[in-house]
Design a protein around this ligand. Structure first.
Ligand SMILES: Cc1ncc(COP(=O)(O)O)c(C=O)c1O
Length: 409
């Protein structure tokens, strides 16, 4: 049985090392981060606050948590930071606990306009009434004038910005002004773009007026799977209480240590990394467009983030196309587009992971060609994908370049 477990891990590693990973919500960590995962910290509890824990033995864990708080504040210039949520969804739930009562109204993007489940269905489980932010599919952004009218009428408690399909910066300044008029708080979910913000290549939601920023730490920010919440000082106590004991007790110290390492990596290499991500996304979009794909927003330069969105309805829709590409070893995901009511007509492509593996614009040209040919003959292209990927099995933008796919057993 043990053989089966490690066999599956081994097989997964062989599969992923020979594939092109373009899932926009994933990334790969450095060996330094992975070593933290394997440390004794993964066996320990750290309930309570730094310096005031329920269990003994937390002296060095306190050091790590202090480092995580200090570095996060430094990178994002945040007034208050909570590094304990163990995922982006948990961070958003904590914000609902902290800033809303059951029955309150909130505004968020609908799923087909890029909104995440935790902005909608998760919020409804807390009995929040979710109103949708008006969206302009041409600019792939929030329609501020229509949003103003709706927000002033509905007077919500919270307005959630940020998205899962996130091509362009959101109008945080404008929405924050409207929010002030009606006494609402603005929450910006930076899960997707945290690494771009750290690398100064996307908007700065805190400076633009967001009251709270939530974010998972493993998408464009190349850390372990967990999350952070940043907020204004006056919200610190309610956020902290909502996180613990609200939604976590122990908060997975091995991954906290890995997060500290990822912060150090981003301080050193974040700007170069984020710049290359955006260049790569634009280049991949351009090349796909030239090859005849219906890439969204050609008039706006396609994207300002790590993502590219393609309407593949002419090719049979997002589900069909993503599955064909998977057969060729090209990993993307189906996605709803603003005009979809039922079946997703799009695929979402993210370049943050291949960028971390050292790919640049020339490789984006190759990936576009492979995608184009894979649609017609996925099995034939599978070998080429595997061959192409051979040169990209090292994690870059880290203190030590390390093998991406070693199995440590
Ligand atoms: C915008 C957004 N928020 C939150 C989440 C949830 O993050 P997690 O998977 O860490 O719970 C996601 C996941 O992809 C997301 O896209």
């Amino acid at each position: 049985m043990l053989d089966e477990v490690f066999g599956a891990i081994w097989d997964h590693h062989r599969f992923i090392e020979s594939s092109i990973p373009l899932i926009a919500s994933e990334n790969i960590t450095s060996r330094a981060v992975r070593l933290c995962y394997m440390s004794d910290l993964g066996h320990r509890y750290a309930i309570g606050d730094v310096g005031d824990r329920m269990y003994c033995g937390c002296e060095y864990i306190d050091r790590l948590e202090n480092m995580a708080i200090k570095l996060t504040k430094e990178i994002f210039k945040a007034e208050h930071v909570n590094v304990r949520p163990i995922s982006g969804t948990i961070a958003n739930i904590a914000v609902y606990f902290a800033l809303t009562n059951c029955g309150d109204k909130i505004f968020a993007l609908r799923e087909n306009c890029g909104g995440h489940t935790s902005h909608d269905f998760t919020a409804k489980i807390r009995d929040l009434e979710v109103c949708y932010l008006p969206f302009d599919s041409k600019t792939f952004n929030i329609n501020v004038d229509a949003a103003r009218r709706k927000i002033v009428k509905e007077r919500p408690r919270l307005i959630i910005l940020g998205a899962s399909l996130f091509l362009f910066p959101h109008p945080v300044r404008e929405i924050a002004e409207i929010a002030q008029e009606v006494g609402a708080k603005v929450v910006y979910d930076a899960s997707h773009v945290l690494g771009l913000i750290a690398g100064k290549q996307f908007q700065d939601p805190i400076r633009e007026g967001a009251d709270v920023v939530t974010a998972s730490t493993h998408k464009t920010f190349p850390g372990p799977q967990r999350a952070v919440i940043m907020c204004k000082k006056e919200l610190a106590d309610s956020i902290d209480r909502a996180v613990m004991p609200g939604v976590v007790s122990n908060h997975h110290i091995h991954s906290l240590a890995g997060y500290v390492v990822a912060c150090l990596e981003m301080m050193e290499f974040g700007e170069a990394y984020a710049k290359q991500i955006v260049k790569n996304a634009k280049r991949l979009a351009e090349r796909l467009f030239e090859l005849g794909f219906d890439v969204l927003c050609p008039d706006l330069g396609f994207t300002e983030s790590h993502q590219v969105a393609v309407d593949v309805s002419k090719l049979g829709g997002g589900d069909k196309v993503a599955k064909i590409l998977e057969k060729a070893g090209i990993l993307t995901n189906k996605t709803l587009l603003p005009w979809d009511t039922d079946k997703p007509s799009g695929i979402r492509i993210g370049v943050q992971e291949v960028t971390r593996l050292g790919m640049k614009e020339d490789e984006m040209d190759i990936i576009a060609e492979l995608i184009s040919r894979a649609i017609k003959e996925p099995k034939k292209v599978r070998k080429e994908v595997s061959e192409f990927k051979r040169k990209f099995r090292t994690v870059k933008f880290a203190f030590e370049e390390s093998p991406a796919y070693e199995v440590i057993v």
